[in-house]
Design a binder for this molecule. Structure first.
Ligand SMILES: [Zn+2]
Length: 247
């Protein structure tokens, strides 16, 4: 299999444009149903496997190895211009990410991945709404994502604000109440346990809540999970250490 980090166009003689077109056609023909992945159709022939044609566990290992390098400040010295021409033709992300918008959380850096390797949906509070879900459905059905990581982080302001709204019955301005409403299920479940550290517990429970939401998000993601093609996992990024702890 191609080493993803060094994958060059010459190692993939199949036109990436054709591959992408095939995926788009399959997606259109099937209405983006699971099974319309680009990969399996190409893999049935003599073409080399896609760079992201790895299983969920291998994808998670790649990310956690990258995070270990990041935390140890031993990131791979990537030439970010390498592979630009290939990326212009198609993308082969190895994982989807549901991340917070927090400026201190940078998924590609935290997992030591380059451009084209992570398919990231970011909203303050790292939750899944319908638009984020639609993006991930595209990632699963068309791009063949083997893994989706819901990534919370320490000191999350969105979760802290939701705790404050619940405990002090505050009303926030603008559209913030909608965001708080999205975070409430996980945060309320955490607070009900009266934890020693309400913020940390709420951050973790919000991640678990969104992992479950994705696992049950029919018809596309839930089917891919049931078929073993995609795994949904949750983790928390510690801003102080740079380490991701899986839940
Ligand atoms: Zn946050």
């Amino acid at each position: 299999m191609c080493d993803h980090d060094r994958c060059e166009p010459a190692s993939h003689p199949l036109s990436r444009r054709l591959l992408l077109a095939a995926g788009a056609a399959a997606a259109a023909a099937t209405g983006l149903r699971p099974g319309s992945f680009v990969g399996p159709a190409a893999a049935q022939g003599t073409d080399p496997p896609r760079p992201n044609a790895i299983g969920p566990d291998a994808a998670l290992r790649r990310l956690l190895d990258g995070n270990a390098r990041y935390a140890a400040n031993t990131t791979q010295n990537k030439d970010l211009s390498a592979g630009r021409a290939a990326r212009a033709e198609a993308q082969y992300p190895v994982a989807g990410l549901v991340s917070c918008a927090d400026s201190r959380v940078a998924p590609e850096l935290a997992f030591d991945q380059g451009p084209g390797e992570l398919f990231v949906v970011r909203l303050a509070g790292n939750f899944v709404d319908d638009n984020g879900l639609a993006s991930l459905e595209y990632g699963v059905a068309v791009l063949g994502l083997p893994l989706i990581v819901v990534l919370g982080h320490s000191n999350c302001g969105a979760v802290a604000a939701t705790i404050k709204v619940i405990q002090e019955k505050k009303e926030l301005p603008g559209h913030l109440p909608q965001l708080v409403a999205a975070l409430k299920p996980g945060v309320e479940a955490a607070l009900a346990r009266k934890p020693n550290d309400p913020l940390d517990e709420a951050i973790a429970e919000n991640v678990r809540h969104n992992v479950r939401r994705l696992e049950q998000a029919g018809p596309i993601v839930a089917k891919a999970v049931a078929d073993g093609k995609v795994k949904i996992v949750g983790g928390v990024y510690d801003i102080a250490t740079g380490k991701v702890t899986m839940l």
